[in-house]
Write a protein that binds this ligand. Structure first.
Ligand code: ZN
Length: 257
């Protein structure tokens, strides 16, 4: 008899604890639901670097354009590729960009893309910047992979260095976005570049896409295509998904703080 009572009391304790735990999880579940749509009303510009038709349209893409800060540069470039030629940068950047769009839209953001296929030419860096500006994007990210020395590894997040026409506030918010992207990639286990920049961060004033931006923007080189170990990562769909996760996390933090 005593044993039955003991079992009954224990059962009540277990049920009670279960109810308490469930009640305790209530606010967390509510927060998770709110987070799903937390980017509603926010606009993000996702810029997939280069394009599939660039290599066969040399005249168009080599045309010099005003890249801001007194710099004249080619309208666009072909981008790089892995040493075995199996993966082009333009294909890689589009895949990560589409994955990123999916994640941002799932959270309720409006996503403006530079391109959604690799069948076109360009657009010029001037147009790439204008797309984000015209959309009044809350944040913009240009996705690239580098063609660095074969011995160099890692990602590099390039922030605008600040040229005339760019406010201190814009440079500061871009720098913040850059650190958030860097931190999110490190958290996913990616290593910062050991051949360029410092601690995964860089600042440049010669990139039209950054110089001409009026919205917080960074350009991320997600790895070095010319390095065998990095190429392996960049070729992996699983890794690209994780890279897109990291970018989405960083952007979400940026536009909600
Ligand atoms: Zn590139």
């Amino acid at each position: 008899m005593q044993q039955r009572w003991l079992i009954a009391v224990l059962a009540l304790i277990v049920i009670g604890a279960g109810l308490l735990t469930r009640r305790g999880a209530g606010p967390d579940l509510a927060a998770a639901h709110a987070a799903t749509g937390s980017l509603a009303g926010k606009t993000i510009h996702v810029d997939a670097g280069h394009n599939g038709g660039n290599a066969s349209h040399a005249t168009e893409i080599n045309r010099l354009v005003d890249a801001g800060g007194g710099v004249r540069k080619a309208c666009d470039t072909t981008g790089t590729e892995t040493n075995d030629g199996k993966l082009t940068e333009y294909a890689f950047t589009l895949d990560v960009a589409l994955r990123l769009r999916k994640r941002l839209e799932a959270r309720g953001a409006r996503v403006v893309m530079t391109r959604t296929t690799s069948k076109g030419v360009g657009p010029c860096i001037t147009r790439r910047a204008a797309i984000g500006n015209e959309a009044h994007a809350d944040a913009a990210v240009s996705i690239h992979a580098d063609g660095g020395p074969s011995t160099g590894r890692g990602f590099d997040v390039i922030q605008p260095g600040g040229v005339s026409g760019q406010s201190h506030a814009l440079i500061a918010s871009s720098a913040l976005l850059g650190r958030r992207v860097r931190n999110a990639l490190v958290k996913e286990g990616y290593r910062t570049a050991d051949y360029v920049g410092k601690d995964g961060l860089d600042r440049r004033t010669d990139l039209g896409g950054l110089n001409l931006s009026k919205v917080p923007k960074v350009l991320v080189e997600l790895g070095n295509m010319r390095n065998a170990a990095d190429a392996k990562l960049l070729e992996s769909g699983t890794q690209r998904a994780r890279m897109a996760d990291a970018l989405a996390t960083a952007i979400a933090v940026q536009v909600t703080h």
